[in-house]
Design a protein around this ligand. Structure first.
Ligand SMILES: [Zn+2]
Length: 229
């Protein structure tokens, strides 16, 4: 089956500046219903990144001791990994494997995350060309549900999504995939490990996980979907 360039297929504008491409008659065309679901998922992804950036900044320890206003003062910093309530700060520490660190170390990690969220937000809110994955890859594996091709060190291709997964009720799952792939495209993250690989996460440093696509996607979509504070 030919793997034709998406430019030869069909495209529809699903949001201002955002086109969804299908390649050929071999591939799934997006029905009007699926276009609407994809638009909703993209909105979730964009809003989740913006919301997460605000929560990350609000929870970042201040530079000279203490906590930023509206931050962790209410609940205090979590001790190690005995997490209780699902809060933004606990989610950040759990997903990026941040154990017992000083306020200053935590501040450095959270500021780095903010810096990367700013870049991700700008990319995700800009013009996008979303492309389906080849039909022979659809439904073939648990993952990936999308991909971004690399072209050398700096080049990154478009965000590809499995259109077969764009179904009612899956808006946040699709949003998660969009965020995951967008971090590959705009931040050049890698797939160091996936979120269900607890052993690999346990063996990873926060620095590694702050460059890991699935860690990003999980923190962002959990925070946005659950409106963590
Ligand atoms: Zn990936």
């Amino acid at each position: 089956m030919p793997n034709l360039p998406y430019q030869m297929g069909w495209a529809s504008t699903i949001a201002p500046g955002v086109r969804a491409h299908t390649r050929t008659l071999y591939s799934l065309r997006l029905s009007t219903t699926r276009q609407a679901i994809l638009a909703t998922a993209l909105g979730h992804a964009r809003n989740a990144v913006t919301y997460t950036l605000a929560r990350n900044r609000a929870n970042t320890p201040a530079a000279f001791g203490g906590w930023a206003a509206g931050g962790a003062a209410a609940g205090g910093a979590p001790a190690g990994f005995g997490f209780g309530a699902v809060t933004y700060l606990n989610t950040f520490r759990l997903r990026f494997h941040v154990g017992d660190v000083t306020d200053n170390q935590l501040r450095v990690l959270m500021e780095r995350f903010s810096d990367r969220l700013v870049v991700l937000e700008a990319g995700l809110r800009g013009a996008l060309e979303l492309v389906d994955i080849p039909v022979m890859m659809q439904h073939q594996r648990a993952r990936p549900s999308g991909y971004v091709r690399r072209y050398g060190e700096e080049g990154r291709g478009q965000i590809h999504l499995d259109y077969a997964r764009i179904t009612a009720g899956q808006e946040w799952s699709v949003a998660n995939t969009i965020v995951h792939e967008a971090t590959h495209k705009f931040l050049h993250t890698i797939d160091h490990c996936y979120i269900w690989e607890a052993n690999k996460i346990d063996a990873s440093t926060p620095e590694q996980l702050l460059n890991n696509a699935d860690s990003f996607a999980t923190v962002i979509t959990d925070t946005g979907q659950q409106q963590l504070v």
